[in-house]
Every structure is written in structure tokens, then in C-alpha cells.
Design a protein around this ligand. Structure first.
Ligand SMILES: *Cc1c(COP(=O)(O)O)cnc(C)c1O
Length: 404
């Protein structure tokens, strides 16, 4: 018998990552396939974005732009387009040569920012429920995540999730290194308003914290809700890393073009980690995204209008099917409460839903450390064709009749 090596007695996956072994998305997507269900689980559009961007990518490929390693910080055309976009929309001025970094999607931007800025043992405060990569990246950086939970409230137009600013303040300790903020917020659809953002900014300045702010849904806000970048508040420019992505704004999630904006010192730090993750990515697509960011405001208005219609279709359908619905002010997700249907466990509900109704959703509990707080909530994506959403709504209508 071969001698037991020390590595054979050790689990393969290191202990920083053991809790992240499998994702619910794989399980649910497999269920969608095996049952022929409509997959409203994972958040990617089922149609491509603007034709002119696809053509721009083809042109870049044909003309040999970006087919070899692009410059480490990103191609100059895209860096200029990102800074022009931040200036035009938000009045934020960044130097395209030193204060912008193009990344392999927002996912790499998040990973690089955390790996660059967090020392082992540092505490990182994240809004709970959180995007699934946050917990894994904090863990890879050796940080400790400290969740601050968005809580359900009865608003004037129905239930919403809100940040409790006192809870956020109380979560800051002497070991807090940074706040990881996400607005518009996935999965709740909450868009932090100016008052909340101002309070977060004051706290960050007072306690001298860094802020990483994931704003990938900046263009997907509805009903007059306004996205305001945290970097635009007093004292915030010098401590904020803003993250954007072409995937969500232009419906090309496979292109993996994201970016970071911040002071030269912050961007240089993030780049130190980024250069050893992918080094560079998405060459030809960077040119196409540069054209996308320069599209006229009518494009972004059209996007919001299209998604508002889809949100209403799905949110109204879920309400009619018996759910309590958190109508999102931003993103392309709706969170719904299953309790009015006589259910209490979102996990069990989502595992049974493909068989019961031919639809796949994601249990929000997977986005929580305090799983019990997310237990009754499930998330549906509405970045799908109208016919698909209409069919999903039709199928879900039968739910109350198939309940046990
Ligand atoms: C989709 C998403 C990302 C990842 O964006 P990519 O550009 O596809 O890497 C990051 N944060 C949030 C909140 C998201 O929903």
C-alpha cells in the first residue's frame, strides 16, 4: 500500500474556500434543463445587446485591434470613454491615464480590489444579502466578513428592503478596513437614496474607511429612482473605488469587460493584484464597449423603459400568483416572499418549483450569512424576452392550486 502522504490526509480545497464548494446556480440550472423549466434563476439576458456594439467588436477583431495583449490598464479608447461617461453622467472627473483600470468584468474588479486592500484579519462590511463572489473574495484575501442586513419594511408602495444606518454604524470596529457597498442592489432591487449614501459617506470619512462600491446596475433604475455614485459625496473621492461593468449595461455578459475608477493611488493598488489575476482580457470587446459608453442618452432611456416593462410584467405576475413582491427600484431581479403561499423555506420551494410550475428561481438564503433571515425569500430574474416572462407568469398562476 502506498504510504499516506500528508497531502492525502488534508482536504484538497484550502480552508479559506471550503464553505464555497458548490453553488446553487449549478444545481438550479441542471434542474431547469432536466425538467424543461424556464430559467429565471441566473441573471443573464436571453437576447444580445445593441447590434452596433456587436458590429464594433467584429470590426475590431477584423482590423486586428485587441487580438494581442491590450495595454495593462485597458485600451486608451475605453479608458477615455469611461472617464467621459463618469464626467457626463455624474460630474466625476478622472484621469484616463492614471485613475481608470479595465478588468475582466466587475467580478475581477471586486477580487482585485479586495486582494489588494485587505490584510488577513481585516474586517470587511458587506450589505447582506450579498452578491455571491463577495464572500469568497473576502475569504481569499483572508478578511473577515461582517454582514449588515437589509431588512424588509412596508413602504408606501409595498414592501422594500432598507439599510438600517444605525446597524451599519454599530458594525464598524477598530479592525474595519472597508465597506463593500452595492447599489442598485442585487438581489433586493434596493437603490440607496441620497440620504443613505450621505450617511455612509460621513461614516466612512469619520472612521477613515475605504469604500468599494459595486455599481454594475447604474443604468437599470426605475420609476424615477436615481443612481448616485458614492464617490461624488464630500470626502469620498479619495477613499472610494467605483466598479462598473458592460455586461449589465449593454446586455453582453459574456464579454467580461468591467472597470474600476478611483484615485491614482487606489487604482495602482488594485492594478497590483489585477496584473497577476488575468493581466488583461477581452481585447476586441474593449473597443466595442468604448462605443457603447458613448451611445446617446436615448439608448439608456430605452434600456430603462424595456426593463421597466419587464419588471412590471414579472412583478405583477408574481403578485397575482400569490407572492408578496418587493418591487425593485433597480437591477433586473425581483425578490418575492413565499409565505403568502403557505410556504416558509425558500430552498425547499425553489427545489420543488421546476416540478410544480416549470420555472426556476434562486433561494435568497444563499446570499446570507444569517440564513434564517433570508429563508422566505426567492429571486426571479426578468432580463428575459417578454414571451418567456409571459409564459413564466402563466405557469406560476397555477401555483396556489398545486400547493400542499
Ligand atoms: C453580475 C454582477 C457582477 C459581475 O459582473 P461581471 O461584469 O459580469 O463580472 C458584479 N456585481 C453584481 C452585483 C452583479 O450582479
Amino acid at each position: 500500500m502506498a504510504p499516506m502522504t500528508s497531502s492525502a490526509r488534508r482536504p484538497l480545497l484550502n480552508r479559506r474556500l471550503t464553505e464555497f464548494g458548490t453553488t446553487i446556480f449549478a444545481e438550479m440550472s441542471a434542474l431547469a434543463l432536466s425538467t424543461g423549466s424556464l430559467n429565471l434563476g441566473q441573471g443573464f439576458p436571453d437576447t444580445d445587446g445593441p447590434e452596433e456594439l456587436r458590429e464594433a467588436a467584429v470590426r475590431a477583431l477584423r482590423e486586428g485591434r485587441g487580438n494581442q495583449y491590450p495595454p495593462g490598464p485597458g485600451v486608451p479608447e475605453l479608458r477615455a470613454a469611461i472617464t467621459a461617461h463618469q464626467q457626463r453622467r455624474y460630474g466625476l472627473a478622472y484621469d484616463p491615464d492614471t485613475e481608470v483600470l479595465v478588468t475582466a468584468g466587475a467580478t475581477e474588479a471586486i477580487a482585485a480590489a479586495l486582494l489588494a486592500l485587505v490584510e488577513p484579519g481585516d474586517e470587511v462590511i458587506a450589505l447582506e444579502p450579498y452578491y455571491d463572489s463577495y464572500a469568497a473574495c473576502i475569504a481569499m484575501a483572508g478578511g473577515r466578513r461582517v454582514p449588515v442586513t437589509l431588512r424588509p419594511h412596508q413602504g408606501p408602495d409595498g414592501p422594500v428592503f432598507r439599510l438600517d444606518l444605525d446597524e451599519l454604524r454599530d458594525a464598524v470596529t477598530g479592525r474595519t478596513r472597508l465597506l463593500l457597498i452595492n447599489t442598485p442592489h442585487n438581489p433586493t432591487g434596493t437603490v440607496l437614496n441620497r440620504t443613505e449614501l450621505a450617511a455612509i459617506a460621513e461614516l466612512a470619512v469619520e472612521r477613515d474607511l475605504l469604500v468599494v462600491t459595486d455599481e454594475v446596475y447604474e443604468h437599470l433604475v426605475f420609476d424615477g429612482a436615481e443612481h448616485v455614485p458614492l464617490a461624488s459625496f464630500p470626502g469620498m473621492r479619495e477613499r472610494t473605488i467605483g466598479i462598473g461593468s458592460a455586461g449589465k449595461s449593454f446586455s453582453y455578459t459574456g464579454w467580461k469587460v468591467g472597470w474600476v475608477t478611483g484615485t491614482a493611488a487606489l487604482v495602482t493598488a488594485v492594478r497590483s493584484a489585477k496584473q497577476f489575476l488575468t493581466y488583461v482580457a477581452s481585447g476586441p470587446f474593449q473597443y466595442a464597449v468604448a462605443e457603447g459608453l458613448a451611445l446617446p442618452e436615448s439608448f439608456f432611456e430605452g434600456l430603462r423603459k424595456d426593463f421597466t416593462r419587464k419588471r412590471d410584467l414579472l412583478a405583477d405576475g408574481l403578485r397575482d400568483a400569490g407572492f408578496s413582491v418587493f418591487r425593485p427600484a433597480g437591477t433586473y431581479f425581483v425578490t418575492a416572499d413565499v409565505r403568502p403561499l403557505g410556504e416558509s423555506d425558500g430552498f425547499a420551494f425553489c427545489r420543488a418549483l421546476p416540478e410544480r410550475a416549470g420555472v426556476v428561481a434562486i433561494p435568497n438564503a444563499v446570499f446570507y450569512d444569517h440564513r434564517e433571515m433570508g429563508a422566505p425569500f426567492v429571486r426571479f430574474a426578468f432580463c428575459k424576452r417578454v414571451e418567456v416572462l409571459e409564459e413564466a407568469v402563466r405557469r406560476l398562476k397555477g401555483l396556489s392550486r398545486t400547493g400542499v
